[in-house]
Ligand binder design. Structure first.
Ligand SMILES: [Zn+2]
Length: 121
């Protein structure tokens, strides 16, 4: 192994979840890596690529994470923080008093959004 490489131990729970995900994807998507290591590394690359992409298309926005079931998005252009939460099972932005603003569009692209929804239901 290259000196710059690092081994990572996955918990049994995460391993089972990843294996299920891998098996499902192999059935549906022919481009899914046939090797376990390649599959796991590709998932990580995809996550980093998505973050890079988001910072390019929405340079003024930054996710500050979820607290008390509210997603906080820092908005540098407006020099404030948008609070996003579920209202009548729709995402709602407190800053714009809207369900359809740039913060909502940004929020939909964030992986942590799943935590907000799972926690509510
Ligand atoms: Zn907004």
């Amino acid at each position: 192994m290259d000196k710059a490489s690092k081994l990572v131990n996955l918990t049994p729970e995460l391993t089972r979840r990843l294996e299920r995900n891998w098996e499902e994807k192999k059935k549906k998507k022919p481009e899914t890596p046939a090797k376990w290591g390649t599959f796991v590394q590709q998932l990580i690359v995809d996550t980093l690529d998505k973050e890079d992409f988001l910072s390019r298309i929405a340079p003024g926005f930054e996710s500050l994470g979820i607290h008390n079931n509210i997603l906080f998005i820092k908005d540098s252009k407006r020099n404030g923080t948008a609070e996003i939460y579920l209202k009548d099972s729709e995402l709602y932005c407190e800053m714009d008093k809207s369900v359809d603003c740039d913060h909502i569009h940004f929020a939909w692209a964030l992986p942590e959004l799943a935590k907000l929804q799972l926690k509510k239901r």
